[in-house]
Design a protein around this ligand. Structure first.
Ligand SMILES: Nc1ncnc2c1ncn2[C@@H]1O[C@H](COP(=O)(O)OP(=O)(O)O)[C@@H](O)[C@H]1O
Ligand SMILES: [Mg+2]
Length: 318
């Protein structure tokens, strides 16, 4: 269970390097101004809640989610349950921030608590409790393990994260945790929302901002999990890197003197640009250049593209 095929590693080296550098820039820029920090945290809480709930089937839009969180408004035509899902997720995020600190160590109690918040007032009988029966995941290429094995598997997973026997970096560790957790599927319901919270305990403990899996990527996310079930972490790792980078960029943009990101369409239409949209989009999707996706568009900087091209030419000449 704890063997990991790391043949993906070479293809991710530049991406990991870039994320580590960005984190270093952010660390040097800390502490961020209190007001900026507060705004970013609030925006992330809304996005995180919207995206995670939406992946799970909640029909509130980003704007509606924001209104429920910020103004306590009830949205006409939406069920009480959907409102609870928003409120609960916000409480779970608050809880997560409250327990995270420099020497934090992942423990099952915290994961159960997160799950307890996620399902509170909705599925009270399951909230904060491991399942005691079988489950199936629709569309999945496997059946989760027998309920009797769940407590031990969760303990082993946590030990794996804490001891890190393979020497994985933080993003790999959060990715493997994410996958193994939903593979175990410890709860009758709420596994996805809980793991998208809990994986951030690992990232945030290491000083990364919380990463958000986007609703727009739902299909890719499910495919990535099926690949991971077959031992291939490539796709899931790419999604995780993109999620981490997106949050890093949000924080970095709050630092003074940062280069501004523009849509690829905008960049390639600038005078003196000789590369095309297709090519740059491909590099962005593959994680080869510093870029992030917002809605349907990819954003990057001219410098990121030019650095990449220059680097390639240099490699060719060697
Ligand atoms: N093929 C798969 N293999 C492993 N895990 C999967 C697969 N498909 C979906 N999942 C995970 O299961 C979650 C759904 O489980 P569920 O208990 O209903 O959680 P939630 O209610 O929070 O959505 C998804 O969000 C995803 O994390
Ligand atoms: Mg569910």
């Amino acid at each position: 269970m704890w063997e990991i095929d790391r043949t993906y590693y070479d293809g991710f080296e530049t991406t990991f390097q870039r994320l580590i550098e960005k984190k270093q820039v952010l660390d040097k820029g800390r502490p961020l101004p209190q007001s900026a920090l507060h705004k970013i945290k609030e925006a992330l809480t809304i996005e995180w809640t919207y995206n995670s709930n939406s992946i799970e089937g909640n029909t509130l839009s980003l704007r509606e989610t924001q209104m429920v969180i910020q103004e306590g408004i009830t949205i006409k035509g939406k069920s009480l349950r959907e409102h609870f899902e928003v409120k609960n997720h916000e409480v779970a995020i608050d809880y997560l921030y409250s327990i995270i600190h420099e020497n934090y160590q992942l423990q099952s109690r915290d994961i159960l608590n997160l799950h307890g918040y996620v399902l509170r007032s909705i599925e009270e009988e399951f909230a904060g409790r491991l399942r005691n029966g079988g489950v199936r995941i629709s569309g999945a290429n496997f059946i989760p393990p027998n309920a009797q094995k769940v407590p031990d598997l969760i303990d082993e997973l946590i030990a794996f994260v804490l001891n890190n026997p393979l020497g994985l970096n933080t993003i790999e560790l959060a990715t493997v945790f994410h996958h193994k957790f939903v593979w175990i599927h410890p709860f009758f319901d709420g596994n996805g929302r809980t793991v998208r919270l809990a994986m951030n305990l690992i990232l945030m403990q290491a000083g990364f901002p919380p990463a958000i899996i986007l609703k727009n990527d739902r299909k890719k996310y499910y495919e990535a999990l099926n690949q991971a079930n077959n031992g291939n972490y490539q796709k899931l790792l790419l999604l995780m890197c993109q999620a981490v980078e997106r949050s890093l960029n949000i924080y970095l943009n709050a630092l003074p003197g940062q280069e501004s990101y523009e849509s690829i369409a905008t960049i390639v239409s600038e005078p003196g640009v000789s590369y095309g949209q297709e090519y740059v989009s491909l590099l962005a999707r593959q994680g080869k250049i510093d870029a992030y996706k917002e809605g349907r568009n990819w954003f990057t900087t001219r410098k990121a593209i030019e650095d990449y091209i220059e680097n390639r030419q240099r490699k060719r000449q060697l």
